[in-house]
Design a protein around this ligand. Structure first.
Ligand code: DTR
Ligand code: ZN
Ligand code: ZN
Length: 396
């Protein structure tokens, strides 16, 4: 069974515009993660598709580089070369009629910086993409002697606020006691500055894999998989869910397991700290979950540290309902300590995830060993509580 709801959030979305001789162009797309900026400068058509540094030698400082998308190199590479050559802005003339559209705004979206990165467009000059027809008209003008476009072309890349509707995806096993539900969660959104592969593509994929594996078994207690939206906007998806649960529905939830960032490059294995307020049923439940996860790591001979339970992820929405929570976390923007480097290897004094909330949080940013261990710990924990919840105070 699956259930969806709609969570409305205000967020900044990105967009671009190009103005040629005072006329806003219509076939404009943005290069994702581009730097914000509003550049007015003359434009230079770059020869040979801009795949080599020498193509930019005549582009001139401070001008906007117009690059034909043909040839065989990444957009990210061309943007990097244009920036290095002193261009003030970058327009990709896209000859390819296959276009992407932003599903919320219907804007044309250029998503690809290329496969050979990592590129960080936010550190390069502001950029935009111009479609075939308008690009051709601009090139025709540039070939005229007295072309006005040599003086005034504007590229704007910006974030603008928008209200968008987002969806939590929630799927509960048909089998198992529907009055004793183990909820597990990961968030499907990312920050607008990056693709969010460690944060939280890892949790999203872990849940898919655990759900797939679980489909071969029967369960005594129901498992509810939740893919939360809008976590990065302030836990909005999970808060919506928690706020709209009736008292009887909330009473059916045994616990919440949270998986947010489980493949950090310079990882620790942080297990949510269950060790306080043992006089409450929520506290006892938390301690039980912590012991279960620690038991798994002990079995496989891997070290752990306590992860602070500071409510910085979706489990925070369940804590407010006094539902026991737990999970693992491999580290975000903080620096690994000397002691942690001794335990886990990796680099002391450097961030657990140097790409946290950045454009480089892509598939290359995942530590697949840590990720696999995290998925297995997750599977173990779900399997155990699917079988029995003995020792967890329930009903509360
Ligand atoms: N909420 C995460 C980052 C984060 C920070 N502390 C923790 C602890 C446990 C899980 C996640 C986190 C983010 O989405 O940015
Ligand atoms: Zn995040
Ligand atoms: Zn996250």
């Amino acid at each position: 069974m699956s259930l969806q709801n709609i969570v409305t959030v205000q967020r900044n979305i990105t967009g671009a515009s190009i103005i040629v001789d005072g006329i806003p162009q219509t076939e404009v797309a943005y290069i994702i993660y581009s730097k914000n900026g509003n550049i007015t400068a003359p434009v230079t058509l770059i020869p040979n598709f801009g795949c080599n540094a020498s193509d930019f030698s005549k582009s001139g400082e401070g001008r906007i580089a117009l690059v034909n998308r043909g040839g065989d190199c990444d957009t990210g590479k061309r943007l990097t070369l244009a920036t290095a050559a002193g261009a003030s802005g970058f327009i990709l003339w896209d000859q390819d009629p296959t276009i992407f559209r932003n599903s919320f705004t219907n804007e044309i979206v250029e998503t690809a910086l290329g496969r050979h990165g990592p590129y960080d467009a936010s550190k390069l000059v502001p950029s935009a993409v111009l479609g075939f027809r308008e690009g051709q008209a601009l090139v025709d003008k540039l070939q005229l002697k007295s072309n006005p476009s040599n003086k005034s072309i504007t590229v704007i890349h910006k974030f603008r606020p928008e209200t968008v509707s987002t969806v939590n995806l929630i799927a509960t096993t048909k089998g198992g006691n529907q009055s004793a539900i183990i909820t597990v969660g990961a968030h499907s959104d990312s920050v607008h500055t990056g693709p969010g592969i460690n944060d939280d593509g890892t949790g999203v994929v872990a849940q898919i894999e655990v759900a797939r594996a679980l489909s071969k078994y029967s369960v005594n207690n129901a498992i509810r998989f939740c893919w939360w939206s809008a976590e990065e906007e302030g836990l909005k998806g999970s808060a919506y869910y928690a706020d709209h649960l009736s008292k009887p529905e909330a009473a059916k939830i045994v616990m919440n397991l949270n998986f947010d960032m489980i493949g950090s490059p310079n990882n620790i294995y942080g297990v949510f700290d269950g060790g306080f307020s043992l006089d409450t049923s929520a506290g006892k439940g938390r301690a039980h979950i912590e012991q279960t996860i620690l038991g798994y790591f002990k079995q496989i001979g891997k070290p752990t540290v306590k992860a602070a339970v500071d409510g910085r992820s979706d489990y925070g929405s369940f804590m407010k309902l006094n539902i026991p929570t737990g999970g693992i976390f491999t580290g975000a923007e903080g620096n690994k300590t000397v002691e942690e480097a001794r335990l886990f290897g990796g680099k002391a004094g450097e961030p657990y995830d140097p790409c946290y909330h950045k454009a480089c949080d892509n598939t290359k940013n995942v530590n697949y060993d840590a990720f696999l261990t995290g998925v297995k710990a997750f599977a173990y924990t779900v399997a155990k509580y699917a079988q029995n919840i003995e020792g967890v105070p329930f009903p509360r």
